[in-house]
Every structure is written in structure tokens, then in C-alpha cells.
Write a protein that binds this ligand. Sequence first.
Ligand code: FMN
Length: 175
Amino acid sequence: MTSDAFSGLVAALDPPLIVVTTAVGDERAGCLVGFHAQSSITPERYCVWLSKANHTYRVALRSDYLALHFLAEDDLPLAAHFGTQSGDTIDKFADLATTTGAGGVPLLADCPNWLVARRSALLDEGGDHVCLPAEAIAAQHGKPFTPLRLSRATHLQPGHGNEERHDPPTERAAP
Ligand SMILES: Cc1cc2nc3c(=O)[nH]c(=O)nc-3n(C[C@H](O)[C@H](O)[C@H](O)COP(=O)(O)O)c2cc1C
């Protein structure tokens, strides 16, 4: 297999983009995600894959809940906000209107199409992203929308590279 063939195949799928948010106590997190899919009809399950590099991943490890916001084609500024900056250095929610969903997850007021889900498992099979299967517990389909797709966002520079890892890896590892 060539990596050109793999990347050509997955680019042809042109996945819709979502913003995944989560929270633990007062700490809120969220990032742009292209790796996501429905994974069961009954019960209604959905998987997202988070990068081990991301602040959102580290907060999600400590949270039972995720909110998935399905972006519309005019949401590119929101995609850039969540996809090119890191919660390691800024509070992405400081200037955004939000409400609160189950488990304290932030719901973005500007996104009428969302799903809140309870994390049911975590699969780390050694890659740079980790699979978080989740059970849908609440949803809002605000209005019909045309999804914002990856092909419209390829110029965005992710806030973290896939190869980055938090340093120190754990709080106890800090000097
Ligand atoms: C087009 C695009 C798609 C992305 N897809 C994912 C993804 O599927 N999963 C993920 O964890 N990060 C993905 N990222 C990267 C994060 O959104 C980005 O690194 C973000 O700044 C991390 O923020 P955080 O450190 O606050 O979590 C994507 C970024 C872009 C620009």
C-alpha cells in the first residue's frame, strides 16, 4: 500500500467537520474534529477520534460527556477558532456564548445542530488518535444544513501536530 493511495481515498470522502467539546469542573475544552462517525443504530452510538496531542483529549479522559457540534458551511470561522488554537494556551470559550449540557459540557449557542453523548469506552490501539465511543443522550437538529467539509478547511493549521505529546505526560511526572 502507498500512503498516497490511502490519503487519496480518505480525501475523496471529504468528511464533514464538527467541534467536540467537553468539561471537567471549571475546565472546558473543545477542538475541531474530522474523524467521527455513527457507530450503532440501536442503541444510538457515535464515535469520535481525538488526537493524543490535544488539550481536548486530556480533558475528555477525565470526563464522561462530550458535545458534538455539526458545523454548517458558513461556520469556517468557528472551525478556525477551535482547530488552530489550543486550550493549553487560551480559553476558547472566553468570548463565545454557551449553555451547559449534561456533565457540564459547553454547548455553543451559534451551533443549532448538536449531539450530547456519554462516553462508554476508550480505544487506544497505538495510533496518534484515540477512539471514544459514546451513547447519544440528547440531540438538537436545529434546521436543515449543508455541512462544512474538510475540503473547505485544508488551509487551517492545527493548534497541535499529531506527533506532539504533553510534557510532563502526567501531573506526577512534573519536577
Ligand atoms: C481540518 C482539521 C481537522 C482536524 N481533525 C481532528 C480530529 O479528527 N481529531 C482531533 O483530535 N483533532 C483534529 N484536528 C486538530 C485539532 O482541532 C487542533 O489541533 C486543535 O487546535 C486542538 O485544540 P486543543 O489543544 O484545545 O484540544 C483537526 C484540525 C483541523 C484543522
